[in-house]
Ligand binder design. Structure first.
Ligand SMILES: *[C@@H]1O[C@H](CO)[C@@H](O)[C@H](O)[C@H]1NC(C)=O
Ligand SMILES: *[C@@H]1O[C@H](CO)[C@@H](O)[C@H](O)[C@H]1NC(C)=O
Length: 332
């Protein structure tokens, strides 16, 4: 028994050491992006590095610290991983590689086209990179526009105001990252997404975190597990009691820690329309934290029991083969 405990704790501390790693130089084989570089073989922009890749082989990029003002659409076929420079791979809080662009959908032509980073490919992973759309309040302005399947975003930060994160198609996981916005800022129509262990920062405006626009009962779904909701930072920082978990359609929030209170109703109608809740499941389970004490959920809201909640998991969200493509060291 003692031996087992020892082995266990040695294994655990070994695991922690392995996890809390720095990544301050390029992983073997990675194509290097470094702002201002004049070194042969390196690229000063992410766009140039991506353009240098063939279409089909497995590739990776490593991005040195800097704010890269670029509007990026990734379409290559082969598996791709992007790594950002960081002194702590386990968290978004030490990220130093930033992709930033200012593009409202009204000018870009569509939500997708406004995305600072657009993923139009399968088999994509990204670690420790922050992605921002700096347009601010007014109209939709997407930071990440995601259309791929088997896509993993690990310890990344996504910053915007209206419609920050467009999980529109495909299977995808967002683990241990940061997602900030004011209105409908996690949204999409057919995407199947699992959000685990993220910090979600709410900005002013009294909008909804999610607006999952699936059109049928069997469309994609979003499952949230053990995320923490806080006030967003910087300009337009939010206020307690103003935001909603979502407006239709279906979203499940499990084991959410509310550092800041939502509107007591928790869920909102779509533009006040009573029929917007037909066929929806707006559900939560085990919502805790200082902001969870005075909730008075909307009439159509569902509070799941533990056994009902168990039906909503990473498998139900993105498929039972998830362990074949998700980096489980970030799994929450
Ligand atoms: C991802 O890549 C693997 C290995 O190349 C392949 O088997 C799988 O079908 C790809 N997944 C998707 C969704 O394209
Ligand atoms: C409830 O949520 C907390 C915080 O996320 C978690 O630690 C706990 O295990 C959850 N309880 C159940 C029964 O899932």
């Amino acid at each position: 028994m003692l031996f087992n405990l020892l082995v266990c704790s040695v294994l655990l501390s070994g695991l922690r050491t392995a996890l809390a790693a720095t990544r301050t130089s390029p992983p073997a084989g990675a194509v290097v992006v470094k702002a201002g570089t004049t070194t042969a073989g390196q690229f000063s922009t992410i766009t140039a590095a991506l353009n240098s890749l063939d279409d089909t082989s497995t590739k990776s990029l490593f991005i040195y610290p800097g704010t890269y003002v670029e509007h990026i659409d990734i379409t290559r076929t082969g598996p791709l991983t992007i790594y950002g420079y960081t002194t702590d791979t386990t968290t978004y809080t030490s990220n130093q590689a930033i992709i930033s662009f200012n593009s409202p959908a009204s000018t870009a032509g569509s939500d997708d086209a406004s995305g600072t980073l657009r993923i139009h490919k399968n088999n994509f992973s990204m670690y420790n990179v922050n992605v921002k759309n700096t347009f601010g309040p007014g109209v939709q302005a997407i930071a990440l526009s995601q259309y791929g399947s088997q896509v993993g975003l690990y310890a990344c930060g996504f910053f915007g105001y209206q419609d920050t994160l467009y999980a529109n198609e495909g299977t995808q996981v967002y683990l241990k990252g940061y997602i900030e916005g004011g209105i409908d800022f996690i949204f999409g129509r057919e995407g199947s997404a699992y959000f685990g262990g993220n910090t979600i920062g709410v900005l002013a405006a009294g909008g909804s975190i999610t607006a999952s626009g699936r059109q049928t009962n069997d469309g994609g779904s979003y499952v949230f597990h053990q995320n923490t909701i806080v006030l967003g930072s910087g300009a337009n920082s939010g206020t307690a009691g103003s935001y909603f978990f979502g407006r239709p359609w279906s979203v499940i929030f499990e084991s959410t820690n509310l550092e800041v209170a939502p509107n007591p109703a928790v869920w909102s109608l779509w533009d006040g329309e009573a029929d917007s809740i037909d066929n929806v499941l707006n559900a939560d389970f085990n919502t805790t934290g200082p902001g969870a004490t005075k909730l008075n959920r909307a009439a159509w809201a569902t509070q799941l029991t533990a056994s009902e909640a168990a039906a909503f998991s990473i498998s139900s969200a993105v498929g039972s083969n998830w362990q074949s493509w998700v980096d489980t060291s970030y799994f929450v």
